[in-house]
Write a protein that binds this ligand. Sequence first.
Ligand code: FAD
Length: 538
Amino acid sequence: MRMTVAEGARRRILIVGGGTAGWLTAAYLAKTLGTGLSGGTDITLIESTDIGIIGVGEGTFPTIRSTLAAIGIDEARFLRESSATFKQGVHFVDWAEAPAPDAAPTQALGAVPGHSHYFHPFNFPHQVKGPELLPYWLLGAAGDLPFAEAVTLQKAVADACRGPKRAIDPPYHAPLNYAYHFDANRLAVLLRTVAVELGVHHLVGTVDGVVLDGSGAVARLDTREHGGLTADLYIDCTGFRAQIIGQALKVPFKPWGDVLFNDRAVALQVPYDRPDAPIPSYTVATAHEAGWTWDIGLNDRRGTGYVYSSRHTDDARAEEVLRRYIGPMAAGRDVRLLKFESGCRNRHWVGNCVAVGLSGGFFEPLESTGIMLIEVAAHMIAQFFPWGPSGLDSAQTAAAMAATARTYNALMGARYDRIVDFLKLHYCLTRRTDSAYWRDNADPATVPDSLRDRLALWAHRPPGRFDFVADHETFLPASYQYVLYGMGFKTDLEPARALYRRMEEARHEFQGLRTVTPQALSSLPSHRDLVEEVYRNG
Ligand code: FAD
C-alpha cells in the first residue's frame, strides 16, 4: 500500500532513525517550526527496532544547554532522566609528554607526578575591565602558572570536584560555563517522549527501499510495516548505515583517516568503587600508545573507552590497554568494540534529503563534536527550511531546495574542515616519540595545510578573532589557546613586548583570580551533591 506521511498543505518532514540525531532533530524542529493544526509542519520519525542505536556519545559541548532549553526540556528533568552530570571541560593527561617510565597508570584527578597534563575549560579567559590576558601570560606576567590555571578558576573548581553552580535553579545558567555527561540510551528515550509530546508522529519500522525520481531526488521510502512513505524533506539519521545519503544517493564520503588516525573504540561501563565516590566534572582524556581513553562520570556509573588507530595497534592489545587503565573494576566485564571511519559526506544536503548525525560524518569522540554537529544541523535546517511561497510549481520548489542545499553544504563543509584542524591540533604538537602513533601524528605531512599555516603565524602572535570565521567555527580562539598553550606551544612575543603596556594591570588581574579562587571553591557544592539535588527534589 502506498500512503503519504500526512496530507494537506503543511510541509511534511520524514526523519529516518531514532538515535540522538533523529530524536534531537525531531524535537527541535517540532518546537521551532510547529506541528499539527497550529503549526506549519507534519513531522514523522521512523526507527527500526531491529537495528538499534549506537548508544555511545556521553560527552557534550556547552551549546547543548541552549538547544535543550529551546526544545523546552526542564534542566532538572533532563539531568534526572538521562543520568546526567555536569561537564566543565576536558582534562588531558600524557598528551604532551609520554609518562615517566616508572609512572604507574593513573586515574587520579589534577596533577600526578610522572604524568603531563593540561585542562581545556569551557570558561573563556577572564576579562572584565583589564586587558586581554593571553599576551601578558606569554610575556610572563603570571609566572609559571599554566595558561588555563592563570586565566580562569574553573580548573581549580573542577579539580576539587565542585559543581559549576550553587543549585540547579536558575536552570541552564551558572557562573561557570558547562555542558553535560549523560547516558546516551536514556537521553534518546527522553528526547523521544518530548518529541512525541510536541506532535511528532512515531513509527516503528525498517526502511528497506529508497525510490528516486527522474531528477535523482527521493520520491518515496518503502517499508514493510507501513508501505511507501513520502515527504517534502527527508532527514537521514540512520547512523553509519547512511541508508539514504550513502546507499541510495551515493554521495561520496570524504575520508580524513590520513590526518585523524583513530578508527576504532573499545568501550566499557564500570561502577564507582563506592556509591558516594566524588564525580569528576570533566572528561578525563588520557593518551596511550595508539590512542586515548575517555573516562566520564555519570551519577551512578563511569563510562570509559579507548579510541585507537587500527593501523597502530590491534583490538586485543586495545582491550588490554583499557583494562589496565581501569584496573580491578574492569574484571569480569565485557568490552564493546566499535568501528568507524573518520570523515564526512562531501555534501550533506542533496535534493530533498539532508543527512544529520553519523550518516553525515564522524571524526572521533575527542572534544564531543558528534552531538554538537547534530545541534548545528537542527538549527540550520529550522532556519533554512524551504517553505517557499504557496503555489510554487515543482521546478521552482526544486530550485529553492537546491539553493538551500548549496548554502547549507558550504557552511557545514567548512565547519567539518575546521573541526579537523582543531582535533589534529591536540595530536600534532605532541613531544611524544615513544610509539609510531605519536611520531606519525607529529609528522608535518599528516597536518592539513590550513593548520600548518596557522601554527606558523601563531609562533609570533597569539590566535585572535580574525583567524576565525565565526559561522564556520565550532571552537573559538579560547579553545585553540587552551590546547596550544596546554600542549606547550611557544609564541614568541618578545619582539612585540613594547606593544603591551598594561603589564601591571594584567598582574593585578592574575593575582585577583588567585585570590578569589578559595572563596569560589567554598561557595560551590560538591558535584555529587549538586547532581543529587534533582533526585531529592524530583
Ligand atoms: P545511531 O545512534 O546509530 O542511530 C541510528 C538510528 O537509525 C537507529 O534508531 C536505527 O534504528 C535507525 N535506522 C538505521 N537504519 C534504518 C532503516 N533502514 N530503517 C529505519 N531505521 C533505521 N558524540 C558526542 O557528541 N560525544 C561523545 O562523547 C561521543 N562519543 C562517541 C564515541 C564513539 C566510540 C562513537 C562511535 C561515537 C561517539 N559520539 C560522540 C558520536 C555520537 O554517538 C553520535 O553522534 C550520536 O549518538 C548520534 O548517532 P546517530 O543518531 O546518528 O546514529
